[in-house]
Design a protein around this ligand. Structure first.
Ligand code: ATP
Ligand code: MG
Length: 445
């Protein structure tokens, strides 16, 4: 993309309404604009990051054997009356009446709808196990929307639902989700720790939240620092191997890690004092096993192959896709701006032309731009007629991991400068070498 043709409305001043870095930087970098309290428009660059996260989530869910689909945002109130949650959900639910006087709602989650779809289509144990998910906008009328996309009213969430014949199979589905989530967050460059959590109004007795450590997080967490050393990396995972998947979960759930709601001082006391960590953290996902709560309420039964009809065992599993962008920026920024991990950056590299209109610098920038595109990458070329200082400040603010600077002085020696946003270190090399280096870096992401 050529910056002169792009829509990147950067704000120089610090927006006064933003209390935390990620909110400030998303506004300043032209990623989002507030439409109403807790409701945002995603401008082109913000939307690109959202899509990148969405793709990672899809890839890891599909790898785990889960099926993508799409359910509507608007749901009928009747299904929620059947489960008893239409009243129970309270004021967070946005209720709407259509022209015929029918009660509808903007979905805050989808247990009812998916269970209804399932029960009308599946009648036999032979169709199990089955996990369906979608990535769709949700609405919760939060009392205090704040921190930008971190606690919005409208937000983008992956929610998945497993249907299994019995508790053992559903526990495997739970474990499968835990492992696929660990891999998902790792791929985004984040350390999200699964922590024992409170099941809240959704019911059930088995749940973990995934938390990213950050001073600005809304949760208080207690954990054994040993958990920070765990990495899934590119380990082969066979998602059909119950014991193999459970072994990975055991690895992650053995060190103490709990939110304040489930914190247990007696067990905590057994963690060696030098490993006890207390911190703030951001909830970026949660997995639940809740048994037959919704299948009982909505009549989702299958024949079990032995002549009986049984309610299916279910769980639901969510990832806060839009919140994750805030969490990533909280984890990766400095006083100049965002520092994107390579896996989620909106553009792979920025090209800065220090002397727009100069025959040589223009030609070299074009060569870099076309070369990176040919290599399958997505560069952002700052081809505006602006001072170098302004161009650098823009690149630092929007946080692309790599910047190539092209100026007349370097070109005399046939070199451009490749700079890492993370370390600030620069290296001179030929334009071809810069393209090769960046291509190689992204081949490993
Ligand atoms: P919270 O405790 O933060 O209100 P929750 O536990 O009610 O969240 P879940 O129902 O577990 O949320 O939803 C799954 C994920 O969706 C959460 O882990 C979180 O990352 C994200 N999420 C929930 N509420 C919001 C919101 N208001 N804005 C942005 N993301 C949200
Ligand atoms: Mg939650």
């Amino acid at each position: 993309m050529r910056l002169s043709r792009y829509f990147l409305p950067i704000i120089k001043e610090t927006p006064s309404e933003a209390a935390i870095a990620s909110h400030r930087l998303m506004l300043r970098a032209g990623m989002i604009r507030q439409a109403q309290a807790g409701i945002y428009s995603w401008l082109p660059m913000g939307f690109k990051v959202l899509r990148r996260l969405e793709n990672i989530v899809h890839e890891e869910q599909i790898r785990a054997g889960h099926h993508p689909m799409l359910m509507p945002t608007l749901q009928s109130a009747d299904l929620w009356r059947e489960s008893g949650r239409y009243e129970a959900y309270g004021e967070e639910m946005l209720r709407i009446t259509d022209r015929h006087g029918r009660d509808m709602l903007y979905g805050p989650t989808n247990e009812e709808l998916i269970t209804d779809i399932f029960k009308n289509a599946v009648g036999s144990y032979k169709d199990l196990p089955m996990t369906l998910y979608h990535i769709q906008w949700k609405f919760r009328d939060e009392v205090r929307p704040r921190f930008g996309v971190m606690r919005g009213r409208e937000f983008f969430m992956k929610d998945g639902y497993n249907f299994d014949i019995d508790e053992d199979a559903a526990r495997h589905a739970y474990n499968r989700h835990m492992v696929s989530y660990i891999r998902t967050y790792e791929r985004m460059g984040l350390k999200a720790i699964p922590m024992r959590a409170d099941s809240g109004p959704i019911g059930g007795d088995n749940t973990h939240e995934f938390l990213v450590l950050a001073d600005t997080g809304e949760s208080e967490v207690f954990y054994d620092s040993n958990i920070l050393d765990l990495h899934l990396g590119d380990r082969e995972v066979d998602y059909d191997n119950w014991d193999g998947v459970k072994a990975i979960c055991d690895e992650w759930t053995t060190p103490y890690a709990r939110t304040d709601e489930t914190h247990d001082a007696a067990i905590w006391a057994d963690v060696p004092a030098d490993r006890q960590q207390v911190s703030r953290a951001i909830e970026v996902g949660q997995i639940f096993y809740f048994g037959t709560k919704y299948s009982d309420a909505l009549g989702a039964l299958v024949d079990d192959g032995k002549g009986a009809r049984k309610a299916v065992h279910m769980g639901s599993h969510g990832i806060g896709v839009s919140r994750l962008i805030g969490a990533i920026i909280e984890a990766f920024h400095d006083d100049k701006g965002i520092i994107w991990p390579e896996a989620v950056t909106p553009f792979h590299a920025g090209i800065v032309n220090l002397k727009q209109g100069d025959t040589d610098t223009d030609a070299t920038c074009d060569q870099l731009y076309q070369g990176l595109i040919k290599a399958g990458l997505d560069p952002l070329y700052d081809d505006r007629d602006e001072r170098a200082g302004g161009k650098f400040a823009t690149m630092d603010l929007i946080g692309l991991p790599w910047r190539i600077t092209v100026g007349p002085r370097g070109l005399k020696n046939g070199v451009v400068e490749l700079t890492s946003r993370k370390t600030g270190e620069s290296e001179e090399m030929s334009p071809q070498a810069a393209i090769a280096r960046i291509t190689e870096i992204y081949a490993q992401v």
